[in-house]
Each structure stands twice: as structure tokens, then as C-alpha cells.
Design a protein around this ligand. Sequence first.
Ligand SMILES: NC(=O)c1ccc[n+]([C@@H]2O[C@H](COP(=O)([O-])OP(=O)(O)OC[C@H]3O[C@@H](n4cnc5c(N)ncnc54)[C@H](OP(=O)(O)O)[C@@H]3O)[C@@H](O)[C@H]2O)c1
Length: 257
Amino acid sequence: MQNPHSLVIVSGATGEIGKAIVNKLYSESYDILAIARNSDKLNELSAQTTANKIGKVFNYTLNDCNYASLAKKLEEFPFEKYENINLVNSMGLSWPLSNFSDLSHDSIDSLVHSNFTATLHIIKIFANALTKKEGNSIINIGSVAGRWSSPKTAIYNACKSAILSFSESIRHEFSSYGVRVTCIEPGVVDSQFSKKRFSSPEKAEYFYKGIPLLTPNDIANHVFWCIEQPKHVNIQELAVFPTRQSSVGSLKKTTDK
Ligand SMILES: NC(=O)c1ccc[n+]([C@@H]2O[C@H](COP(=O)([O-])OP(=O)(O)OC[C@H]3O[C@@H](n4cnc5c(N)ncnc54)[C@H](OP(=O)(O)O)[C@@H]3O)[C@@H](O)[C@H]2O)c1
């Protein structure tokens, strides 16, 4: 156990996986620094999380992608009081399946920003605090879509591939400080994110019906497991599929044999 003096920073904290990570780590007595762009959702999350237990959840809103302003606000944060600091990046943007050539320029920028660039800025903001102690961690939530591509998801595939490659590259830099870098790559998680790529909720329901998918709590448990390894152990990469998803495009229903 790394507690009681540990902090977990979660970006994309108001997403379904982000919330599960916040709740899991909080329940394990970690302090939480939650980052999201919607302050109402962020306040609701911390009120629900702290309802039955005394612990600390610090909220930071990322307004209009203003990373410099977020960095400024964090200047006073007492990172030095923690024995261990972990940064989990869970931002991402789902999009209905579409051919690349049909996307607008604005959609391309927005997809690349939410699925890739935003994570780089967040890591940059915390790099200094993270490299102060051995055994700190950066965990990026990638996707199996970063290793295996499928039709009509070209930008998401490219961004998640970039997250994996970026994680591999910065590991060279951060390992010099004893800081671990992990990329967790989930298959399909039962969430609005995975349903949004279909043209209607009914189509998503039909497609996933009878397939036990991963849950946001499964991913939160994997994050916790990676963080709780002894500090000389770095789980570099973790590809996690639902048992009935044998590859990115192959999902088997419980009625299939
Ligand atoms: N769900 C799946 O099936 C699945 C599978 C594999 C990998 N993943 C990955 O898991 C991560 C979390 O997914 P999820 O299911 O939790 O999705 P989600 O519920 O849509 O959450 C995404 C989070 O990212 C935030 N976000 C998006 N763009 C942002 C930006 N530009 N700046 C700041 N915050 C931004 C969202 O904020 P708002 O709440 O304000 O929108 C939300 O908090 C993503 O990286 C996703 O690619 C998901």
C-alpha cells in the first residue's frame, strides 16, 4: 500500500471512466485532484464522492483549453506534502462512425485535441511535481484502437496510436527520475462513449446486446493495480478486452458458439 500520503490527479474526471477512477482511488484513501472542463459536473462528482467519508477532493476546472491559467492556479498546490503522486489521463472524445473525408476541419481539430493534444498539455503541467519523487506514475488511458484500426474511426485510431507512442517515448525521459509511465488500452467499455459511435441508441443497444462488456469500474481497478505495484515495477502497457471481444472488430454474443 502506498497510502496514507498519496495523491491521484485525474483529468477527464467527469467522464464515466474518470468518475470510476476517482471513486475507486478515493475509497482507497487517496486524495484526489480532479480536472474537468465542466465545473457543475466536477462539483457534483466531488459532492457524491465525499458524501460518506472524510477525505480530500480538490477541483480544478480547465476553461477553454487554457492550460497556462490551470498551471498558474496550481502553483500554490502543496504537491510536496505527498509521498506519492499519480497522474491519470482519461480525456477523450467519441464520434459517430464517419469516413475521414466527410469530417469538417473543425471536427478534425476537436477530435485530435480531446484525444491527444490535451493529454500532452496536462502532462506538461504536472511534469515538475511528478519528477520530484521516485515511484510516481503517469497513466494514460489509450485504447485498443491505438494498436488495431477499424473503418470510419481514422482520427481516433491515429490519436490513440499517438498516445501509445508518446507514452513509450516519454518513458525514456521519466524513467531517469524513477517515474513510471503506463498506457492502459481498454477494449469496449459499457458507456455512452462506446454507444455514441452508432447513429442511434437503438443501433448501439442491438449491437452490444448479449455481450458482457468491460465496465468503467474494471478500468478503475486496473489503474489502481498499476499504481499499487512496488515502485520499482512499471506496468508499461496493458491491453484489456472483454472476454467476448477477441479482437477490435470481433464481438461474440453469449448466444454465439
Ligand atoms: N468507453 C469506452 O468504450 C472506451 C474504450 C477504450 C478507451 N476509452 C478511453 O477512455 C477514456 C475515457 O472514456 P469515457 O468512456 O470515460 O468517456 P467520457 O465519459 O466521454 O469521458 C471523457 C472525458 O473527457 C473530457 N474531455 C473531452 N475532451 C476534453 C477536452 N478537450 N478538455 C478537457 N476534457 C475533455 C470529458 O469532459 P466533459 O464531461 O466535459 O465532456 C469527459 O470528462 C478516453 O480516453 C477514451 O478514449 C474508452
